[in-house]
Design a protein around this ligand. Structure first.
Ligand SMILES: [Zn+2]
Length: 307
């Protein structure tokens, strides 16, 4: 459609009634979703070069599946597969609804409400959430370098979504037993690392930071004394931003505000889920990080990552 036709088409929208507008929205959502998923799948098709059964590189294109996904046939083992074989999305139905589903998830819509909105059953809604929530967990940050900000934050412990097992309550220094410590660290290049800790101790903090902090970096933290020892052990410079001194920036560049802002965004996003089971916190950290790092193609990239 050329621009002139499109403008006239847009103009006509003004004359639709409410029910027609709703139909239009539904149809637009479905189209966008199909495109997003279609693009993610076709990117994957492009990248396929070996047979998942025998690793042979001799492949023929072998028609399409019912859903329009490219099928391949291996010349060596004669088995067929498609772009989704071996992924959690293989045999998952209604690809035209996946992108919208992930959007509803991101907005904290309940399983039941998402099922209703997309006209899928509750079991499907549950399974999809599981698939999509699990996946972006994979690419871990391996290295932080340069000016690094690190800090902990605390989230109420929750057994939501999990059968209660008898386990020892977590303990913080002050004897607070119902908060889960989360360590986050980032560098100015935008790499972010996070870890849900058992306890907020120096040895746990160090175990997380040691493998990822590059030599020659500068570690910026709050006044927590644990970091002093860690920086010394790792042989990196340490800048402490001590709240009591009301000093927020040292030498114009050393601060932990990038991280504190990031934490605040994560926590305020988390509110919409009305409490996240502690066992799933890592997923919610990874998911958030993924979406922040994949603006502006979040849904497409996320579905791609799930493939
Ligand atoms: Zn093969």
């Amino acid at each position: 459609m050329n621009n002139k036709q499109f403008q006239s088409f847009l103009h006509k929208i003004g004359s639709l009634n409410y029910s027609q507008l709703k139909q239009l929205r539904h149809s637009t959502d479905t189209q966008i979703s199909s495109n997003i998923v279609g693009q993610a799948i076709s990117d994957r098709e492009e990248a396929i070069s070996v047979c998942p059964h025998c690793d042979s590189r001799k492949l023929n294109r072998w028609g399409m599946t019912k859903q329009g996904i490219q099928r391949f046939r291996c010349k060596s083992c004669s088995k067929t597969f498609n772009a989704l074989s071996g992924t959690p999305l293989y045999r998952m139905r209604h690809p035209e609804k996946w992108a919208k589903y992930t959007e509803l998830m991101w907005n904290g819509v309940s399983l039941r409400a998402a099922a209703k909105e997309l006209d899928i059953n509750l079991r499907t809604s549950f399974r999809w959430r599981h698939v999509f929530l699990k996946k972006p967990n994979s690419p871990e940050c391996e290295r932080l370098i340069g000016i690094i900000e690190a800090d902990e934050t605390f989230i109420p412990e929750s057994f939501k979504g999990r059968k209660v097992t008898s386990r020892k309550p977590r303990k913080r220094g002050g004897g607070n037993t119902d908060k889960v410590p989360v360590l986050m660290a980032l560098d100015r290049a935008g790499d972010i690392s996070h870890k849900v800790l058992e306890r907020d101790t120096q040895s746990e903090l160090k175990a997380v930071l040691k493998p990822i902090i590059a030599p020659g970096s500068v570690l910026c933290t709050d006044g927590n004394l644990s970091y002093k020892g860690i920086a010394k052990d790792l042989g990196v410079d340490h800048k402490r931003l001590i709240a009591m001194d009301k000093k927020r920036v040292i030498d114009g560049i050393y601060h932990i505000q990038t991280l504190n802002n990031y934490m605040m965004r994560w926590k305020s996003w988390l509110v919409r889920f009305h409490g996240v089971g502690t066992g799933y916190l890592e997923n919610y950290l990874s998911w958030f990080r993924f979406m922040e790092q994949h603006v502006p193609h979040q849904e497409k990239d996320w579905i791609k990552a799930a493939l």
